[in-house]
Design a protein around this ligand. Structure first.
Ligand code: MLT
Ligand code: ZN
Length: 460
């Protein structure tokens, strides 16, 4: 029996896909830099099947690319070299809710928004949130330690994973931390798996910590006269308001969103905008918000602002920020997803602005991001007339300079999108030789046959 026939026997003919359209669909993520070319797609429905697939891959020396909602932006879920894509879309059951633990246990293929909705049904909140909530899956979120729009208040995915079941590259099942709040029994392998981008194990199940939702979230959109004012505004607002989110984008970004519909939020254009959300705890918070707004206006940190008067209007304001990624997707953007400590952002922003103006005078550069937690997305759009190869070359050159600036500020080349293929050439610029050597050894421990997402994050 050939390898694929064996796989079909393990699963079923319906759950091993080899049609060209399927290979293309499942072989890539939201990046468009690599041509998908997997050998086949497997759709397991249980942990036992995932283990069987790993044993099959070991026996046939086939690499596995784990696949969630494929909304990744660094090529971590791209299969371009005859790999087997293991899609978790059929492992989408919510397995249980525990009111005392306040946890939700889910299979890896549950869509982020379904997790959020399930938490809401119990009067609680799964607080990790981002634009791709409707398609991304929890397994992928954990594999990349996804961040998003409320990190300033709730932290990254890592903070919400209370337990994790993972299949290693040997096919063993690890049941990590089992939902415990306190567990002082040595190395916490759960945290090693979070953010490992499918290179150490296949995440098959997670127990997620839930929390109380913030009361009465209020959304404001503010017109800010200069990049330099954004962080001063953060200081002022954070002192006075319990912020849930503090996001920023430029007018260039807004124009792209508006090209897909919607009305300008303010009469006059402004170089940048801040969208903030805060928890309206009581009448005191309302007064504080008004005072903060007036003070910021007096200090010249904003020129205009609007406060959402309804949930519908809040969603409209959020659309200006969350619509950016989709609105620029057609331009094959090269995405920089960088972070520095919040205290370094003002200096870093100024340095970046100068670098991009000097190096990319002819390219359109779209700035936005989660500036409240030190994470900036700087997307460079491909000029129509330029070939993909020339564009890639130009972007690589500037990323090199960017790494110099990041190294000076102790920053990171990937804040929340992961390293995948896109940022792999730059890993050594932000992680030490000793760290990378240890990462390689760890890879070998968990994946001795080298079958788990090889070539992603690290070279073999
Ligand atoms: C976002 O913040 O919108 C996402 O990280 C996606 C992106 O950077 O395009
Ligand atoms: Zn982001």
């Amino acid at each position: 029996m050939d390898a694929i026939a064996e796989l079909v026997a393990l699963l079923s003919p319906k759950r091993v896909l080899t049609a060209a359209a399927d290979l293309e669909h499942y072989g890539r993520d939201w990046t468009r830099w690599w041509t998908p070319a997997p050998r086949a797609i497997a759709l397991p429905e249980s942990i036992a099947e995932v283990q069987a697939i790993v044993h099959w891959a070991i026996a046939h020396h086939v690499a596995i690319v784990p696949s969630g909602g494929r909304t990744g932006l660094s090529g971590g879920a791209v299969a371009a070299h005859g790999e087997l894509v293991v899609s978790f879309e059929r492992m989408h059951r919510i397995l249980g809710f525990d009111p005392l633990d306040r946890t939700l246990t889910v299979e890896a293929g549950v869509v982020t928004e379904a997790v959020q909705n399930a938490a809401r049904e119990h009067g609680l909140m799964y607080p990790v949130d981002f634009g791709s909530r409707g398609s991304s899956q929890i397994g992928g979120n954990i594999a990349t330690n996804a961040g998003g729009i409320r990190v300033i208040r709730f932290g990254m995915t890592r903070a919400w994973v209370a337990g994790l079941k993972v299949v290693t590259g040997n096919g063993e099942l690890l049941d990590l931390n089992r939902g415990l709040v306190k567990n002082a029994t040595g190395y916490d392998l759960r945290h090693l798996m979070i953010g490992s981008e499918g290179t150490l194990g296949l995440i098959v199940e997670a127990t997620l910590q839930l929390t109380d939702p913030p009361r009465d979230p209020q959304v404001m959109l503010l017109a800010v006269p200069a990049l330099a004012a954004v962080m001063q505004l953060l200081t002022l607002m954070r002192e006075r308001l319990p912020l849930n989110a503090f996001e920023f984008f430029t007018d260039v970004a807004l124009k792209h969103v508006l090209a897909h519909g919607g009305k300008r939020p303010f009469e006059a254009e402004s170089p940048c905008y801040v969208l903030l959300e805060y928890e309206n705890r009581d009448a005191g918070t309302e007064t504080a918000a008004l005072e903060a707004f007036e003070q910021a206006m007096q200090q010249g940190l904003l020129t205009d602002g609007v406060m959402a008067q309804s949930e519908v209007q809040a969603r409209e304001l959020w659309r200006f920020r969350e619509g950016i990624t989709e609105s620029i997707a057609q331009y094959t953007p090269y995405k920089n997803d960088v972070s520095v400590r919040v205290s370094k952002v003002p200096e870093f922003l100024a340095g970046m602005d100068a670098l991009f103006a000097r190096e990319y005078p002819d390219f359109e550069v779209v700035w936005f991001g989660h500036v409240g937690d030190g994470n900036l997305h700087i997307s460079v759009l491909k000029p129509e007339a330029m070939t993909k190869a020339d564009f890639e070359l130009a972007c690589g050159r500037v990323t090199d300079h960017l790494c110099d600036v990041l190294a000076r500020h102790g920053g990171s080349i990937s804040a929340e999108h992961g390293v995948g293929l896109l940022k792999k050439p730059y890993l050594s610029r932000v992680r030490s030789v000793a760290e990378i050597a240890l990462m390689r050894q760890l890879k070998h421990v968990f994946d001795p046959h080298g079958i788990l997402n090889p070539g992603k994050l690290l070279d073999a």
